[in-house]
Design a protein around this ligand. Structure first.
Ligand code: GLV
Ligand code: GLV
Length: 319
């Protein structure tokens, strides 16, 4: 029996799976676990199953102790984990790729539709109880048919978003570290370009790259200025990929037409300037938030932890 510490609430099926073999200590508070409490609880853990709201750094790994073998993040993104610090200590870090790809692409496409068709504005108008009626020029948005989607980061989620956009009649360009599999590229009709060209030609730019030093403020004032004034920006990846202050100015001054954001620079805070703008859709980090997807993520994280604890290769290692 190993000690498994789970840093927040996860679906019960995953807890049961872990509990069948190990001694499981799961934080069950409705609020995120506090840092001091977390440092105290991880002491003696052989496995830590972590949520993206918890920072897994050298201090935490040391508080756990030298017996710690695995950190299993219940997320595909792992910017909350200091992976080199895990590697140095011989700790395996894992994530949950694949299982949340379709759910996150759904939210990306949802934000594209909401932003281009002004659905948030329409909803707010009705709920404000103001009078409204159908009009030839009332709340006109932009069509997607024949427009170009620029996908920044063509991993699983970028590809799944491109597939949806293609079904809406959009052409696809993408920027990625590696060339797409030619069969998939042909199926999507996707053309690889550099970021400068992508920003210039796209009517909608959707971000799907990981967050790290290389992508911090990848989209700032200069990049927004390079976009068409009729274009939209959608971010379902990580908040700090976008300079939120620059985005708020660009939206206010008409440098771009609109945006849809599922992630923010300083979650759960949202830049106050964004809250005052009509042309940005704001949703609270819901990319993977379906019952099915969260269950699959928790089960994959449990499988990752269980594999390492029994000396096997986990399904989704990071390091
Ligand atoms: C969610 O944001 C994830 O990275 O899984
Ligand atoms: C998600 O699974 C991705 O690799 O983009």
């Amino acid at each position: 029996m190993s000690r498994v510490v789970v840093t927040g609430r996860i679906p019960e099926t995953a807890i049961e799976k872990l509990r069948a073999e190990h001694d499981v200590h799961a934080w069950t508070g409705s609020e995120s676990i506090g840092r001091e409490e977390l440092l105290h609880r991880v002491a003696g853990a052989d496995a830590v199953v972590s949520l993206l709201t918890e920072r897994i750094d050298a201090e935490l790994l040391d508080a756990a102790g030298p017996q710690l073998k695995v950190v299993a993040n219940v997320a595909v993104g792992y910017d909350n984990i200091d992976v080199p610090a895990c590697t140095e200590r011989g700790i395996v870090a894992t994530n949950t790729p694949g299982v949340l790809t379709e759910a996150t692409a759904d939210i990306a496409m949802g934000l594209v539709l909401m932003a281009t068709r002004r659905l948030g504005e329409g909803e707010r108008l009705i709920r404000s109880r103001q009078a409204w009626k159908w009009g030839m020029f009332f709340l006109l948005g932009s069509s997607l048919q024949g427009k170009t989607l620029g996908v920044v980061g063509m991993g699983g989620i970028g590809q799944a978003t491109a597939r949806r956009a293609k079904a809406f009649g959009m052409d696809i360009v993408y920027q990625s570290r590696s060339e797409l599999d030619p069969v998939i590229a042909a199926e999507l009709g996707a053309r690889r370009v550099d970021l400068d060209e992508l920003l210039t030609v796209s009517d909608v730019v959707s971000l799907h790259c990981p967050y790290g030093p290389a992508t911090h403020h990848l989209i700032g004032a200069e990049q927004l200025a390079a976009m068409k004034s009729s274009a939209f920006l959608v971010n379902t990846a990580r908040g700090p990929i976008v300079d939120e202050t620059a985005l708020a100015s660009a939206l206010r001054e008409g440098v771009i037409a609109g945006a849809g954001l599922d992630v923010f620079e300083r979650e759960p805070q949202v830049h106050p300037a964004l809250l005052d703008l009509e042309n940005v859709v704001l949703v609270p980090h819901l990319g993977s938030a379906t019952v099915e997807t969260r269950t699959a993520m928790a089960m994959l994280a449990a499988d990752n932890a269980l594999a390492v604890l029994s000396g096997e290769q986990p399904p989704a290692p990071i390091n």
